[in-house]
Design a protein around this ligand. Structure first.
Ligand code: PAF
Length: 312
């Protein structure tokens, strides 16, 4: 296990990559805010697999621009020593750990990335400036690292969709790879913010993934069945305060009537806001499948599916 080079300045980062770049290697990049967990480890592994012998760069930077007033910027977990150990264990070559002045010399930039309408829905309703901050820092980090491939978790699905959109709309020439969410045995999606949960809240937090699972099981019966079954499951959980539960297209456009879609949830458990999402495949809603005798060909199946959600 070789320790990665730790670059704290733009010049150190450029120096650490110069020889590999000159030799024609492809560069893979995993931007993070640190507090790394097994979900990040999986992103590092995807990055390594995508460039073979080429260099893998990770960044650890808690980006003030993406935190709104009253959010957890000050208490966001900072665990650099453990982060560097994880990077070493997963074959990272360079860890870029810039200070705020290195990323934002002179303060917040005058020119920022306007994330457009996709940033106003879902997370954007509660966090109106969040994605402007995310896209601006990701664009800057892309400019500094100049990766061929960048890996992001599907856990932050709206972030991933917006980064794909930014790369396409601004012709940034980076191959954006989404990596599947890593979950605890009870289904809770791994997140650096899970550390805020006390044991009781941690137990309650598993309701988010159970809610998504219940919705996903009802997907063959259409969108209303998905939302209905998910809500039934959520009602069984106490101390989980729903913010949104929505079905959208895979690119987060309007909800499709059938086919591939994404079910997304945000909820508060205590003071901690958690998000999660799941891929679903929507079947035709029962109304669209009504038989000539006025019955739904699969009404018995539908009833069975709803009953197994425990609607009582
Ligand atoms: O997902 C994160 O950790 C952050 O939003 C990112 C992409 C590193 C930008 O600060």
């Amino acid at each position: 296990m070789t320790a990665p080079v730790v670059a704290r300045t733009r010049a150190e980062l450029a120096g650490a990559l110069a020889a590999r770049r000159a030799a024609g290697h492809r560069v893979a990049f995993v931007p993070t805010m640190g507090a790394l967990h097994a979900g990040h480890a999986s992103l590092l592994d995807v990055a390594r697999a995508s460039v073979g012998d080429g260099p893998v760069v990770a960044s650890v930077f808690v980006n003030p621009m993406q935190f709104g007033p009253g959010e957890d910027l000050d208490r966001y977990p900072r665990t650099l020593d453990a982060d560097l150990e994880m990077c070493a264990a997963h074959g990272v070559d360079v860890v870029f750990v810039p200070g705020v002045d290195e990323v934002y010399p002179g303060g917040e930039p005058q020119v920022t990335v306007e994330p457009g309408p996709l940033a106003a829905v879902l997370e954007g309703r509660t966090r109106p400036t969040h994605f402007r901050g995310v896209l601006t820092v990701v664009a800057k980090l892309f400019g500094l690292v100049r990766p061929d491939v960048a890996v992001f978790g599907e856990k932050d699905y709206q972030q991933l969709a917006l980064i794909r959109r930014m790369v396409a709309d601004l012709c940034l020439g980076v191959d954006v790879v989404g990596a599947p969410t890593v979950r605890e045995p009870d289904g809770l999606a791994l997140s650096s913010r899970n550390r805020y949960l006390d044991p009781e809240q941690r137990r309650k937090a598993a309701a988010l993934s159970r809610t998504l699972q219940a919705g996903a099981q009802a997907a063959p019966y259409g969108v209303d069945a998905v939302i209905g079954s998910a809500r039934v499951e959520l009602r069984r959980a106490h101390g989980v305060d729903l913010d949104y539960l929505e079905v959208r297209a895979p690119d987060l456009g309007p909800t499709p009537a059938e086919g591939e879609a994404r079910l997304l949830i945000a909820a508060r458990v205590g003071a901690t806001r958690l998000i999660d999402n799941m891929a679903i495949t929507l079947g035709q809603p029962p109304a669209a499948r009504t038989g000539t005798d006025g019955t739904h060909p699969d009404s018995a199946d539908r009833e069975a599916a709803t009953t197994t959600q425990g609607d009582s």
